[in-house]
Write a protein that binds this ligand. Structure first.
Ligand SMILES: *Cc1c(COP(=O)(O)O)cnc(C)c1O
Length: 453
């Protein structure tokens, strides 16, 4: 299997190459050259463990990795989850299910992708014999998940920029209390946007970037998107057979990364009724799906900070598939968007129902209380966004993207007691080790250089 770019001006790449470089050279996103039809094959995966399901899926794509090696790599990647089913499906009531995606090391769904990506990076380093330096910027969950995916991997250093004092205290501890000497949390003065800009400048120096073999962790990596397809298929196979075709997945989203994976799984033969994109007050995706308006507004902080995003970087893949896999049309749409900050796409044919909702902070609070009263189940503020207008669906699968204990203040106010988790409790007594830095290219480069052995 080869991978091509949504913009059509990149040579086909192998899986490992596409994963290593992340963004395609023509600035498009990698997609499989053909989407395999897995509709009958996936039925035979019912009852498999999570890692085995993942292996069956990935062997169709990662065809340049020997199968026995792939199997070992995947079982290692999913060995740090605290639930035997990894992504259990919980029934709240007739026709209403929640898939818990928060049983990984950082208690958020990003672990599914980043634990696997970390193992893929480690394999690459072992093969090339060259150390890589991973650099990223985070407003919270991504940094913690990326760090935990690369923890203790030999030949990999990880540097994560985050705005000092502006990430949740527990999120900071998930990055800065790990006691590992390949991990460098860089607490910068300024905002997330400052961190992002400094990151861009650093990557922009190609000589430096090549010299230290700088690698990005961002949400557009092909391996992340494919890794996430697996839990949709796993949940779908756990549904009663008669409910599968009528099911709608409801996905709290900001970047369109998570829901895109479900969409791809459906294009590969997972038959469902559709997908619901659930946004917080940063509602660009809701405006698009409800009114065709994809114009960028300023980001406003919310109770669901990991969805405080206005540019949905994975949306380009959805556009590509919904425009009949036409790279020229995709290029035009993305150029329009860059020029005007807005795009209207009337010719989209997604092939499956896509709907959307938006939820502001006050409603997030009332939903957390209501779900608790009605189902005796505690949801985090991101997951709460999914609980809106669900009556219209015959069967609903809500994706729970984070453990409520990651957001103790908001949740406590809504349910009366503070949610806890042993792994977060353990972090509270550890010493924070972080590196204060100013958000400019020169400081970042000299810090990275000082850590090369
Ligand atoms: C990152 C994140 C999201 C949003 O994911 P997308 O890939 O942007 O769709 C939702 N919830 C939580 C808890 C997250 O960490």
């Amino acid at each position: 299997m080869k991978f091509i770019s949504t913009r059509g001006q990149t040579e086909p790449h192998s899986f490992s190459e596409a994963v290593r470089i992340g963004l395609a050279p023509d600035k498009g996103l990698f997609v499989p050259e053909v989407l395999p039809d897995l509709s009958s094959e996936m039925l035979s995966w019912e009852g498999l463990s999570y890692p085995d399901t993942c292996y069956e899926f990935f062997k169709r794509f990662a065809t340049d990795i020997p199968t026995d090696e792939l199997k070992t790599l995947i079982s290692g990647a999913y060995s740090r989850f605290d639930h035997s089913e990894h992504a259990p499906l919980v029934k709240l009531s007739d026709g209403l299910f929640v898939q818990e995606l928060f049983h990984g090391p950082t208690l958020a769904f990003k672990d599914f992708a980043l634990q696997l990506l970390g193992s893929l990076y480690e394999r690459q380093v072992a093969q090339s014999g060259e150390t890589i330096n991973v650099l990223g910027a985070t407003s919270g969950d991504t940094g913690a998940a990326a760090i935990n995916g690369l923890l203790g991997k030999s030949g990999v250093n990880i540097f994560i920029l985050y705005p000092d004092g502006r990430v949740a205290p527990l999120q900071e501890r998930q990055m800065a209390c790990l006691e590992q000497d390949n991990v460098f949390p860089l607490a910068i003065t300024g905002s997330f946007d400052d961190a992002q800009a400094a990151l861009k400048d650093t990557f922009g120096d190609e000589t430096f970037s090549r010299k230290v073999r700088l690698s990005a962790v961002n949400s557009i990596n092909l391996a992340r998107i494919l890794a996430q397809c697996v839990y949709y298929i796993y949940a779908w196979l756990k549904l009663p057979v008669e409910r599968r075709a009528g099911a709608t997945f409801v996905v709290p989203t900001g970047n369109f990364g998570n829901v895109l994976s479900g969409y791809l799984a459906s294009r590969m033969g997972m038959q469902v009724a559709g997908f619901r994109v659930a946004t917080n007050r940063n509602d660009i995706l809701h405006r698009f799906f409800s009114a065709g308006d994809y114009s960028v507004c300023a980001v406003r902080p919310s109770h669901a900070p990991s969805m405080d995003i206005q540019v949905a970087s994975n949306f380009e893949r959805f556009i590509y598939f919904s425009l009949g896999r036409d790279p020229a049309a995709t290029r035009r749409a993305m150029e329009d968007f860059k020029r005007n900050g807005a795009v209207s796409l009337t010719d989209l044919a997604p092939g499956v129902s896509m709907s959307s909702t938006r939820m502001d902070d006050a409603e997030i609070e009332s939903v957390i209380s209501k779900v608790y009263e009605k189902h005796n189940y505690v949801v985090d503020p991101h997951t709460a966004c999914a609980f809106k207008e669900l009556d219209e669906f015959e069967t609903t699968v809500v994706l729970a993207t984070a453990h409520p204990a990651k957001f103790p203040e908001v949740v406590k106010d809504c349910v009366g007691s503070e949610p806890t988790h042993p792994s977060l409790e353990a972090l509270k007594s550890k010493k924070i080790v972080k590196y204060p830095l100013s958000p400019d290219e020169a400081s970042i480069k000299s810090f990275i250089l000082s850590k090369q052995s």
